[in-house]
Ligand binder design. Structure first.
Ligand code: ADP
Ligand code: TRP
Length: 321
C-alpha cells in the first residue's frame, strides 16, 4: 500500500499546514511505503523568480525534515529531479478531454479572478495525475480542496487503462475529517493567502508579538466566559499543550478570573515548547545544506527506480517502444 503526496513550495509553513498535512504525513511513516515530494514544477504557475523557487524548495525540505520526515523510512525528493513526470504528462494529457480540465475549480477560480490562464495552469491537474500515476500510488492524502484533482486523476487513469490496456493503479484520495480546517488568527481558515497564520518557525520575538496581539473581546478578566471553548487561544492550546493543561485553561476562562493577557502568554509558552525539538533539528539542518541536498538526491534515485518501470510500462502500452 503506497501513500504519496506533493508539497507545493510556496512559503513558510504554519500550524494549519502542520496539523492538517505535515503531522498526518509524518505519522503515516509508521505504516511504511511513503512517497513525499516537493512540487517545484507545480510552483511555476505562481512563482516566476528562480531564486525564490530554489529558496522555497530548500526551505520546505528543511522544515519537513525538521518536523520528523524520516528520509530512511520515506522516499523524499524534488519533483523536477524526475523529468519523466513531464513525459507521462504528455502521454496522459493526450487522452484528457478539454471539458474535464475546463471544469477544474483551481483553473476556474484563477480565471474568474482575472488571472490570464496559460498552458501550465490549464494542464496543472494533468501534471498532478502524472505525479500520482508514475509511482503506482494507492492512497493520496490531501485537503478537501484537492478532491477534484484526485477525481480527475482517477478518470485519466481509467481512460488510459481502457485505451491501452491495464497500465496504471487507480488511486484513492484520503481526506481527513479532523484537523482539516485549523482556524486562523481572524477566525477564517488559516492560510498564507489571508495573512492570518502562526508560522511554526517564526522567531521568538515575532511570534510573541503576533500571539500577544490576537484580538479578543472587551470582557473583563473577572467575567465568566461560558463560550470559552470557542476562544481561538483555547483552540490552539488544545493542539499545542498537554490535554489536561489545555482543559485547565479552558475551565479557568469559563469560570472567570483568567485574563486574556495571561491566556496568550500561556499559548506562547506552549507553542514555543511544542516546536522546540523541531526548531533544534532545523537549526542543525540549516547549518548542513549538503546533507539536505544529499537526502533529496538519494530520494530522487529511489523514486526513479519505481518511476522507470512505470514509464516503460506506459510507453510500451502506448506503442512508443
Ligand atoms: P495555504 O492555504 O496556507 O496556502 P497550502 O494550500 O499550501 O496552504 O496547503 C498545504 C497543505 O496544508 C495542504 O495539504 C492543505 O490541505 C493543508 N492546510 C492548509 N491550511 C490548512 C488549515 N487551515 N487547516 C488544515 N490544513 C491546512
Ligand atoms: N496540487 C497540490 C497542492 O496544491 C500539490 C500536489 C502536486 C500534489 N502534485 C501532487 C498533491 C500529487 C498530491 C499528489 O496542494
Amino acid at each position: 500500500m503506497r501513500t504519496l503526496t506533493g508539497i507545493t513550495p510556496t512559503g513558510p509553513v504554519h500550524i494549519g499546514n502542520y496539523f492538517g498535512a505535515m503531522r498526518p504525513a509524518i505519522e503515516a511513516q509508521a505504516q511504511g511505503d511513503c512517497f513525499y515530494f516537493i512540487a517545484d514544477y507545480h510552483s511555476m504557475t505562481s512563482i516566476t523568480d528562480p531564486h525564490e523557487r530554489l529558496a522555497n524548495t530548500r526551505a520546505v525540505a528543511v522544515d519537513w525534515l525538521a518536523c520528523g520526515l524520516d528520509p530512511v523510512k520515506s522516499v523524499f525528493w524534488r519533483q523536477s529531479d524526475l523529468p519523466e513526470v513531464c513525459e507521462l504528462t504528455w502521454l496522459i494529457g493526450s487522452l484528457t478531454p478539454m471539458g474535464l480540465l475546463e471544469r477544474a475549480h483551481g483553473y476556474k477560480d484563477k480565471t474568474a479572478k482575472g488571472i490570464s490562464p496559460n498552458f501550465g495552469l490549464f494542464a496543472y491537474p494533468v501534471l498532478m495525475a502524472a505525479d500520482i500515476l508514475l509511482y503506482d500510488t494507492n492512497a493520496v492524502p490531501v485537503g478537501q480542496d484537492q478532491k477534484q484533482h484526485l477525481e480527475m486523476t482517477r478518470d485519466i487513469a481509467a481512460k488510459f487503462n481502457q485505451t491501452y490496456g491495464e497500465t496504471f493503479v487507480v488511486p484513492e484520495p484520503v481526506i481527513r475529517r479532523d484537523c482539516g480546517n485549523i482556524p486562523g488568527l481572524d477566525g477564517q481558515k488559516m492560510s498564507k493567502s489571508y495573512g492570518n497564520t502562526l508560522e511554526i518557525f517564526a522567531d521568538e520575538k515575532a511570534l510573541r508579538k503576533k500571539i500577544m496581539s490576537i484580538v479578543m473581546d472587551s470582557r473583563t478578566p473577572a467575567e465568566p466566559k461560558p463560550d470559552a471553548e470557542r476562544n481561538i487561544c483555547v483552540q490552539f492550546l488544545k493542539l499545542l499543550a498537554p490535554s489536561d493543561v489545555a482543559a485547565d485553561y479552558e475551565a479557568r476562562l469559563r469560570a472567570g478570573g483568567l485574563g486574556y493577557g495571561d491566556l496568550k502568554k500561556g499559548l506562547f509558552e506552549h507553542f514555543w515548547a511544542f516546536f522546540a525539538p523541531a526548531r533544534a533539528r532545523r537549526a542543525e539542518l540549516l547549518a548542513n545544506p549538503d546533507y539536505v541536498d544529499q537526502v533529496l538526491r538519494d530520494g530522487a534515485a529511489r523514486a526513479r527506480s519505481v518511476a522507470a518501470g512505470v514509464i516503460r510500462r506506459a510507453r510500451k502500452a502506448a506503442g512508443l517502444e
